[in-house]
Design a protein around this ligand. Structure first.
Ligand code: C2E
Ligand code: MG
Ligand code: MG
Length: 423
């Protein structure tokens, strides 16, 4: 049998053969196939060098795979993707053993590679009779892809209903990859308006995707999928690149600039060099960081503050603006205003709507506005649709608003025509 030099696991073809053999040998026994891969593996290679990357792979094979109960054989399919076959007596006991081992192994490994938050995604398929080896690997992979990018639940056991979702996701991912490659992510701009002056004070960049049939997809159609497969950062980056280009063009056209915000999802913060990388990116096009704002959702802070806060601080030190999106959408914690290094709070549309129709709710909105002012943060109230809402917000001292009352998200040309003025 041929083995892989790095991990001493079997090569793919030999693994398939060996699994066939084990299936016969262990006929009637309970078997389980897993596939796994790391987050940010390229990053390890770039940051620590290939030798260290190889060491990581070797340890994953030795300490985690070979060190887990019931290991029969394994292979490195490519790069950091592994498959392995195990024997078990009891579904739940084995799963628990694997989860504990995974945790122990990762804890050790993370201390060695502290510059990035390593994650190990695992898909598990408990073998059913009559399923071929390659199908079993596919099923483990489908389970793995269900949790790829999900840092809170990185282990998944295959269920038949995942198949449909997987194919729908695959279509959406293909569309996004195509859109990013062809520079075809559509970026709309929605103005943010000062209640005091009625003037535009900024814009939010909102993504749309266009299918080959011309159909336009909204974020609700594609964001959950992209998040679940770890592809959301590719979208955010495409939008950011477009925003930098827009700002560069505005400068060249001699417009008075306003900041543009982009929605910025959690996995970006797994890269400790984020702030520096962003600064390099804007410097390249000669755009000042103060014109770029990153909207992060407060959901991000229900966990993992230790990772996020230092990076936010660095981003602000580089000159970028940070805002908390969807404040009041159900994950609210006043903590975010107390300890987070941010500039602006965006009050959620849902919060505004649910509070607007009753007296106590109105008091709440007033209270939130007062608190935001007290801690000296700026604010934007989102989703303002009626003049009554705008009047009330103005009475309460709210500074800025965004919503259909003023404009929907607009195509770039329309936004420029309506809102951009020569200096
Ligand atoms: P968000 O960041 O809270 O953006 C505001 C959403 O509310 C946008 O929806 C906007 O079109 C909509 N909106 C604004 N004013 C009104 C109003 O008066 N009434 C109503 N009914 N809606 C209003 P959109 O464009 O569908 O985006 C939905 C969400 O998708 C965004 O919520 C944001 O969380 C996410 N999103 C959009 N683009 C990106 C992106 O490039 N990256 C990431 N990570 N998320 C994005
Ligand atoms: Mg937003
Ligand atoms: Mg929002």
């Amino acid at each position: 049998m041929r083995t892989d030099e790095v991990t001493a696991l079997l090569l793919y073809e030999d693994f398939i053969e060996q699994v066939e053999y084990e299936l016969k040998k262990h006929a009637g026994k309970k078997l389980v196939m897993i596939t796994m891969d790391f987050s940010n593996f390229n990053y390890i290679n770039n940051m620590y060098g290939y030798k260290e990357g190889d060491k990581l792979l070797r340890q994953a094979a030795d300490e985690f795979l070979r060190g887990s109960r019931g290991f029969l054989c394994g292979c490195r399919m490519y790069s950091d993707h592994f498959a392995a076959l195990f024997e078990h007596d009891n579904h739940n006991d084995w799963l628990q053993m694997l989860t504990v081992n995974r945790g122990d192994y990762l804890r050790d490994t993370r201390t060695k590679f502290a510059a990035t938050f390593l994650q190990l995604y695992i898909g598990i398929y408990f073998w059913e009779p009559g399923v071929s080896v390659k199908k079993a690997i596919d099923k483990a992979n489908i389970a793995r892809k269900m949790v790829k990018g999900n840092h809170r639940e990185p282990v998944c056991v295959y269920l038949p209903e995942y198949e449909n979702k997987y194919f729908k996701d695959a279509e959406m991912i293909a569309l996004l990859k195509r859109s990013v490659a062809d520079d075809n992510v559509v970026v709309l701009l929605q103005p943010k308006i000062s209640l005091e002056t009625g003037e535009v004070i900024g814009a939010e960049a909102l993504a749309r995707l266009r299918g080959t049939d011309g159909r336009v997809y909204l974020p609700a159609d594609f964001i959950p999928t992209l998040e679940s497969v770890g592809y959301i950062t590719a979208l955010d980056n495409a939008v950011l690149r477009k925003v930098i280009t827009i700002l560069r063009e505005w400068k060249d056209k001699g417009y008075g600039l306003v900041p543009i915000s982009v929605n910025w999802s959690y996995p970006h913060f797994l890269h400790s060099s984020l702030a520096k990388d962003l600064k390099e990116l804007v410097d390249k096009d000669g755009v000042e960081p103060e014109y770029i704002e990153f909207e992060i959702t407060e959901r991000m802070f229900t966990n993992d503050l230790d990772t996020v806060i230092p990076i936010l601080k660095e981003m602000r030190e580089e000159g970028f603006e940070i805002s908390v999106d969807d404040f009041g959408s159900g994950y609210s914690s006043f903590n975010v205003m107390g300890i987070l290094p941010v500039d602006t709070i965006k009050i959620d549309k849902g919060f505004l709507d649910s509070c607007f129709n009753n007296e106590r709710g109105k008091q709440l909105i007033q209270g939130v506005i007062d608190i935001i002012k007290k801690v000296k943060l700026q604010m934007v109230c989102e989703g303002v649709e009626t003049k009554e809402q705008a009047d009330m917000l103005k009475d309460f001292g709210c500074e800025n608003v965004q919503g259909y009352l003023y404009d929907k998200p607009l195509m770039l040309e329309e936004f420029e025509e309506k809102y951009m003025k020569k200096r």
